[in-house]
Design a protein around this ligand. Structure first.
Ligand SMILES: Cc1cc2nc3c(=O)[nH]c(=O)nc-3n(C[C@H](O)[C@H](O)[C@H](O)COP(=O)(O)O)c2cc1C
Length: 192
């Protein structure tokens, strides 16, 4: 039986977590318009298990709009301290409202206010406009609970391809690719 690449990802992540000192969960997320124009940016991974790879963002952002029109996406992690790259490709669905609510509730209050204040990826007239929006929401919510903005939530990438790249001397790196086949995985090696 081929090994489970999700379990391998969790092991590599745990190994990286020990050594990386900042944002071990930062991951480049590539999305694409329906006519094939790509864009890429970093997000923070908030979970990885058999259901998929989860991150949170604003659905009205550029990435949110691209994902609404084309659910295919790709992730790339690089952990320099262990010299490992992990690449994940698949399709994205939205995390349930309940799960997004739960996660939003764990965020720092100022981050919650930030989610309300930021019309992510839309044109901003000045820094002051953003700071004013933040202050307006701070006053509006007072000391009460801050609900999750309806446009903000989790996305889950269900992988069909996962690659682990292990840096080796002489550029003779090891590449292990796992391709989804039915309910299991097929493993291949690639030239570096
Ligand atoms: C290390 C790092 C982590 C980030 N994490 C997130 C995140 O989890 N969610 C998010 O919406 N933006 C995150 N950002 C900001 C995004 O990179 C990006 O600027 C923003 O989401 C707007 O992207 P878009 O216009 O392509 O939608 C992060 C940026 C960096 C550098």
């Amino acid at each position: 039986m081929t090994e489970d690449p999700i379990a391998r990802f969790q092991e590599e992540f745990a190994r990286a977590e020990i050594k990386e000192t900042i944002d071990v969960n930062a991951v480049a997320l590539a999305t694409c318009t329906p006519d094939g124009k790509p864009s890429v940016r970093y997000v923070l991974l908030k979970g990885a298990d058999q259901d998929g790879f989860v991150f949170y963002t604003n659905a009205e952002s550029r990435k949110g709009r691209e994902l609404a029109a084309n659910p295919h996406a790709a992730l790339a992690f690089f952990w320099p301290t262990i010299y490992v790259q992990a690449r994940v490709e698949g399709t994205i669905t939205k995390v349930s409202a309940e799960e997004s609510d739960e996660y939003f509730a764990t965020r720092a209050r100022d981050s919650q206010l930030g989610a309300w204040a930021s019309q992510q990826s839309r044109l901003l007239s000045s820094r002051e406009a953003l700071d004013h929006a933040f202050e307006d929401y701070r006053v509006r919510f007072g000391d009460g609970p801050i609900p999750r903005p309806p446009y903000w939530g989790g996305y889950c990438l269900k992988p069909t391809r996962i690659e682990f790249w292990y840096g080796k001397p002489n550029r003779l790196h090891d590449r292990h690719v796992f391709l989804r086949e039915g309910s299991g995985w097929r493993e291949e090696r690639l030239y570096p």
